[in-house]
Design a protein around this ligand. Structure first.
Ligand SMILES: [Zn+2]
Length: 280
């Protein structure tokens, strides 16, 4: 099984490339990953909810007024919205609480636990315009076929507390809405790309304004989840139950990693192998 050092804004980049009519991203050996290649967890993995833990750096902030009727804190409240969007229970709720992790580079998050963390520093290869990122690691499946996808193995959410302030108070217009940021990143964590159709209300739009509160999984988002996890038929052909069988061959099994950003500004930044290649 080959390991490829590859940091790319897969969803973000492919969305931008689609707008430009360019289709391929080179991975330097295993063939290109086509723009729009689905990223998702396997049905076997989702037989149990993902054990995405919550850093105590968040839970220590929450007040009694932040809890819902079930006693769940804002991060779990957002997780429940995704769980309600599909027959899969994507995220374990209530989530376990863990100590915060403060790695200096995103690749270090490929560890033994998945979590939602605060970062008070930021990463040299990630834009300071990112409010938060979802860093994911997965394996290429069905390489070179119309049913290629990236099977997620590990993912974490890291929120940028170096450059931004966050609040659970919807009336606070001097901080970004934590619920909205977490809901967006959890969407990435289950595999959703950005939604560039500005006519559709969606939590997966790639930008968030400081006065915006978007605490809803919309009809467009539910449709995106259904498309990605279409139970009973494959997404794009091949396989069953929405998930093609994994049959290793020389092009299979290369691990890839990528970063989704939720940005505070309106520009589109492209990174390939840690190099900023385009801003528009
Ligand atoms: Zn995003």
């Amino acid at each position: 099984m080959r390991y490829i050092t590859l940091i790319l804004l897969l969803g973000f980049l492919s969305s931008c490339l689609q707008k430009q009519g360019t289709a391929k991203i080179s991975t330097g050996g295993s063939g290109p990953i086509a723009a729009g290649t689905p990223i998702r967890w396997s049905a076997a993995t989702l037989a149990a909810p993902l054990d995405l833990k919550t850093s105590d750096s968040f839970t220590n902030d929450f007040a009694a007024a932040d809890l819902d009727a079930d006693g769940d804190h804002p991060i779990d409240q957002m997780g429940k919205l995704w769980n309600d969007s599909h027959s899969y229970t994507f995220l374990k709720v209530p989530s376990d609480t863990v100590g915060n992790l403060a790695y200096g580079d995103v690749s270090s998050f490929r560890d033994g636990q998945m979590g939602i963390y605060k970062s008070f520093t930021w990463f040299s290869n990630v834009s300071s315009s990112a409010l938060a990122i979802t860093q994911f690691f997965g394996f290429r499946r069905n390489v070179g076929t119309s049913s290629e996808y990236v099977e997620l193995q590990h993912a974490d959410i890291i929120v940028n507390y170096r450059d931004y302030n966050f609040s659970t108070d919807t009336t606070d217009n001097n901080a970004y809405d934590l619920h909205s940021v977490i809901l967006h990143e959890q969407g990435h964590l289950i595999g959703l790309p950005h939604n560039w159709d500005w006519a559709q209300p969606s939590i997966m739009q790639p930008f968030l304004g400081i006065t915006e509160n978007k605490r809803t999984v919309t009809a467009a988002d539910v449709a995106s989840v259904a498309d990605l996890y279409y139970v009973g038929a494959p997404l794009t052909g091949g396989g069953g139950g929405g998930f093609a069988a994994y049959s290793p061959n020389p092009d299979e099994g290369a691990e890839v990693s990528g970063t989704f950003e939720l940005r505070a500004d309106g520009s589109c930044h492209h990174y390939i192998n840690n190099e900023k290649v385009l801003v528009h």
